[in-house]
Ligand binder design. Structure first.
Ligand code: GLN
Length: 282
């Protein structure tokens, strides 16, 4: 016996709510399984849903509730800066805060747009690819230590027709090895400390890659490493833009100042009013 869309959704929303999961997952997942636009989806609530779709949808909802598997791993994509990116368990699911980091870099480009920008730890490639498409004259380099992440980023770049040089290696190491110099270095590195692990939901801690989330030295190890490499990469009047944990602003500023005493640094808040970006003119 087939069911109407609103009935299927009602079941899923109640089940999610009972299990302390976000109920909007139901709408997004069913919309994905039906392969319809948002508008179409909300216009067809009384339509019958084919049984095989109901079954797949049920299985996904149960999986999500039981294991915390994020909806983006079930659908295989996430949107970032208005574009659709493939994601999987080898890359961090892109977060809206990181769109603000990209926006900030775009708002503070030097006059001359034929510049070189390096994205460190590119993951799915969202930062590098968005910059390549939004700043067409810039030369974009992206690094990651993970081959699997680079494979995902390359596929996203190909799909979205972004021209990027991908380099495998630890933070800025491959950029230094190739003697590439950059005007801007941008990064959303791992910045969660081991002590904060317990505060994370199972959706994050069991499904985003460890390598993308956690950093030693109280979450500061990646910034330390990148700052120590920066002098070998950055051009005169260059800048660096980091996404940060909301309590790390001053510590990251201090790391930059240590290497670049004459730099001007700013901490910028995200849309939720939390410190989220450190931007420095070096
Ligand atoms: N640069 C990617 C992003 O911002 C990956 C970041 C990471 O893995 N820490 O989504």
């Amino acid at each position: 016996m087939s069911q109407k869309q609103y009935e299927v959704l009602q079941w899923a929303s109640l089940f999610l709510e009972k299990n302390n999961r976000e109920t909007r997952v139901a709408d997004l997942l069913l919309q994905h399984h039906l392969g319809v636009s948002r508008t179409q989806f909300y216009a067809r609530m009384r339509d019958e849903i084919p049984n095989e779709i109901v079954e797949k949808f049920h299985a996904d909802i149960e999986d999500h509730v039981k294991t915390g598997v994020p909806i983006q791993h079930l659908t295989g994509y996430e949107h970032f800066y208005g574009r659709k990116f493939s994601v999987n368990s080898h890359v961090l699911i892109p977060r809206p805060e990181t769109e603000e980091l990209v926006q900030h870099v775009i708002n503070h480009l030097p006059e001359n747009e034929s510049i070189t920008i390096v994205d460190v730890g590119t993951g799915s490639g969202v930062i590098a690819i968005t910059l390549a498409l939004e700043v067409p004259n810039a030369k974009i380099i992206a690094t990651d230590i993970s081959e699997e992440a680079l494979r995902t980023a390359r596929a996203n770049a190909r799909n979205l027709q972004a021209n990027i040089t991908f380099l495998q290696g630890n933070f800025l190491e491959p950029v230094i090895d190739k003697n590439i110099k950059a005007d801007i270095v941008v990064s959303n590195p791992p910045y969660i400390s081991e002590a904060e692990r317990e505060e994370l939901s199972d959706t994050v801690v069991n499904h985003d890659p460890e390598l993308a989330l956690f950093a030693a030295e109280n979450g500061l190890a990646a910034y330390q490493k990148i700052c120590s490499q920066l002098p070998q990469v950055i051009l005169p009047n260059g800048s660096v833009a980091f996404e940060i944990g909301y309590l790390q602003g001053e510590a990251v500023q201090a790391l930059i100042k240590e290497k670049f005493p004459k730099s001007t640094t700013n901490i910028i808040k995200d849309i939720n009013g939390k410190d989220r970006i450190v931007f420095a003119q070096l």
